[in-house]
Design a binder for this molecule. Structure first.
Ligand SMILES: [Fe+2]
Ligand SMILES: [Fe+2]
Length: 278
């Protein structure tokens, strides 16, 4: 799929039907969740993913303050995107409940409250600074978004494979289809924005190289983020998975050739910590 303009990308996205419809949710055999074993080590992973999905709202609010968020095409995408991410969080929460893990009725509010004031302030500061750069920063936002969506998708794929729980897999496969559409939107817009601007390419590459961190880290604690990464990718095969499915795909973006930031970061985390120690 190759697009010439952002509007074409949006048109494509809007043609994608929602996967996680009411019918999809109603067709899940929730009563049978308990009939299959869920390895306890994946519970913190599911909680992390649930919370990160819910925190999309905070990120969305910040982005709306920037020229990127004010772009009519991108803001139209984000309206639907943020709703879809909320559904992902809600479905993961329901799965945990059906599997016997009680969660608070107000978990979304608690998750938001748990984000440190320092992180919130830093995010505010970064947003303010990006406003000074203006529209040139859109390519960076989109490249960041593409990496986040792609790595999230791969996290879900890996979780489905490792947890090997048929109903969780059914839910995750639905989520993955929506995440793949998000990835395609971000990556396609990033490509368009980067293609014609050497400055945007340099800026985006610099920011990703120096400031990219795994999705959710910062908003969630480093301990939680590292646990999730170790549980899903803490072996040679996991690292190779990240390299093949995230790093190498991001290297196709204009100006991103040979950038191995994602693999390097995940390698650093997995070599420093053993998941069983958390
Ligand atoms: Fe999501
Ligand atoms: Fe997403």
């Amino acid at each position: 799929m190759s697009f010439e303009t952002k509007s074409e990308v949006l048109k494509w996205y809007e043609k994608q039907p929602r996967v996680l419809t009411k019918d999809f949710v109603a067709a899940i055999n929730w009563e049978a969740v308990k009939d299959y074993r869920l390895d306890q080590k994946f519970v913190p992973v599911l909680l992390y993913m649930r919370d990160v999905e819910a925190l999309t709202d905070m990120y969305y609010e910040e982005l709306r303050r920037t020229p990127t968020g004010k772009d009519p095409v991108i803001s139209k995408f984000m309206e639907r995107w943020s709703v879809e991410e909320q559904t992902h969080g809600e479905l993961l929460n329901r799965f945990l409940n059906e599997a016997g893990f009680e969660t608070d009725d107000h978990w979304q509010t608690q998750t938001r409250k748990a984000v440190s004031k320092i992180y919130t302030f830093n995010t505010y500061l970064v947003t303010t600074l990006t406003n000074l750069v203006g529209k040139r920063f859109t390519a960076t936002h989109m490249a960041f978004g593409a990496i986040h969506e792609l790595s999230t998708t791969q996290g879900y794929r890996r979780l489905a494979q490792l947890a090997d729980h048929p109903i969780l897999s059914q839910i995750l496969n639905g989520i993955i289809r929506e995440e793949s559409a998000h990835t395609n939107f971000y990556r396609s817009v990033a490509r368009i924005e980067l293609k014609n601007s050497a400055i945007s390419q340099k800026l985006a590459r610099f920011i990703v190289k120096h400031f990219w961190t795994p999705v959710g880290s910062g908003a969630k604690s480093g301990k939680e983020s590292n646990y999730m990464i170790n549980a899903l990718f803490g072996c040679d095969e996991g690292l190779e998975w990240i390299d093949r499915n995230v790093t190498q795909r991001i290297q196709n973006l204009p100006g991103f050739d040979n950038l191995s930031k994602v693999t390097d970061t995940i390698r650093e985390i997995t070599s420093a910590q053993n998941p069983s120690s958390v």
